[in-house]
Design a protein around this ligand. Structure first.
Ligand code: UDP
Length: 314
């Protein structure tokens, strides 16, 4: 989802892209036509080596991971193998191929239940589920590789990635779908009867969780800027990517009703385990180091996603 959107934006900026994917949870239709495609698997070291031998690669942008918190709690083995072992294979293959620049998709869930919100990169790392543990393990791997082998990386800690390309060409399509924005819009479409609000007794203004929804185009921009930062000699670093603004679950549903013109039925359900009350980014570091500025707000997220959902290609 995030990778295909980045690939399109990078190609539009004149960057050559080789997509490496096993298509286990991705969609072939999401691969941009102009990108080269190598069907390989991060758990198959040899396939990574072949890809690096076939193409001249300057930098790796690593999006490949399983990303369902609930699944990671039920089946951590799957997550440690796919995310940690797969990433190790990739990072090590990059070292052996002498690829020195690496951009990694990390997550704000590394902060667990943060003590201070907005959350800066100084907040301690306290993951509370196996998914976040795997992402932190990969960051540590990169840190050690950076110190020992001179590989430089930017670990980008996304807040809630959402929205779709404004031309409706790429968007979010997960099965099962755990995320708030697509579930809300699928309910507006009539594909679901109602949306369950997981907890309305949080210590927030309306009692529902507050999240920082960051548009995938803004994420794509940040990746391009991170590549440039590394190309210009920037040091290895960890950077939060969020808008700095929070929206509650109820607010998102209300805004979606306005944008879609549909009634979106809700039902209050128990809290979902492991959901912190508020996750909002302090994005000062991204602004300062990368010169990045998010352009889209929650309404743009919902508008673009609504366009995608009404005419979903995959
Ligand atoms: N959420 C909800 N109902 C749903 C899906 C999500 O109330 O059907 C809430 C969830 O509890 C969280 C917020 O929406 O507070 C965002 O959840 P999502 O899974 O989209 O992203 P996360 O914050 O877990 O990365």
């Amino acid at each position: 989802y995030i990778g295909s959107n980045f690939a399109r934006r990078a190609l539009a900026e004149g960057v050559d892209v080789v997509v490496f994917d096993n298509l286990s949870r991705g969609h072939r239709e999401a691969i941009p036509e102009k990108a080269a495609f190598f069907e390989g698997d991060l758990l198959d070291k040899e396939s990574i080596g072949r890809c690096f031998a076939e193409y001249e690669i300057d930098a790796v942008v690593h999006f490949a991971a399983f990303a369902y918190v609930g699944e990671s709690v039920e089946n951590p083995a799957l997550y440690y193998e796919n995310n940690v072992v797969g990433s190790f294979n990739l990072i090590d293959a990059a070292r052996r191929a002498d690829i020195r620049r690496f951009v990694f998709s990390s997550t704000c869930s590394i902060y667990g239940n943060p003590e201070r919100v907005p959350i800066s990169e100084d907040e301690p790392d306290k993951p509370i589920n196996p998914y976040a543990q795997t992402k932190l393990a990969i960051e540590h791997m990169l840190r050690d590789y950076s110190a020992a082998y001179g590989m430089r990386y930017a670990a980008l800690r996304y807040f809630n990635a959402a929205g779709a390309a404004f031309d409706g060409e790429t968007g979010e399509s997960h099965d099962p779908e755990p995320h708030l924005v697509p579930i809300t819009l699928n309910t507006a479409m009539g594909k679901r009867d109602k949306i369950f609000i997981f907890g309305d007794d949080y210590p927030t203004p309306d009692g529902t969780c507050v999240r920082d929804f960051i548009h995938v185009d803004d994420l794509a921009d940040a990746h391009l800027l991170a590549l440039k930062y590394l190309e210009d000699g920037g040091e290895s670093t960890v950077i939060n990517l969020g808008t700095g603004d929070g929206n509650s679950v109820k607010e998102i549903i209300q805004r979606a009703e306005k944008i879609t013109g549909k009634k979106i039925p809700t039902e209050t359900a128990p809290r979902r385990e492991g959901d912190p009350a508020r996750l909002v980014a302090d994005n000062a570091k991204a602004k300062k180091l990368l010169g990045w500025k998010p352009k889209h707000d929650a309404d743009a997220v919902l508008e673009s996603a609504w366009r995608w959902h009404q005419n979903q290609r995959y």
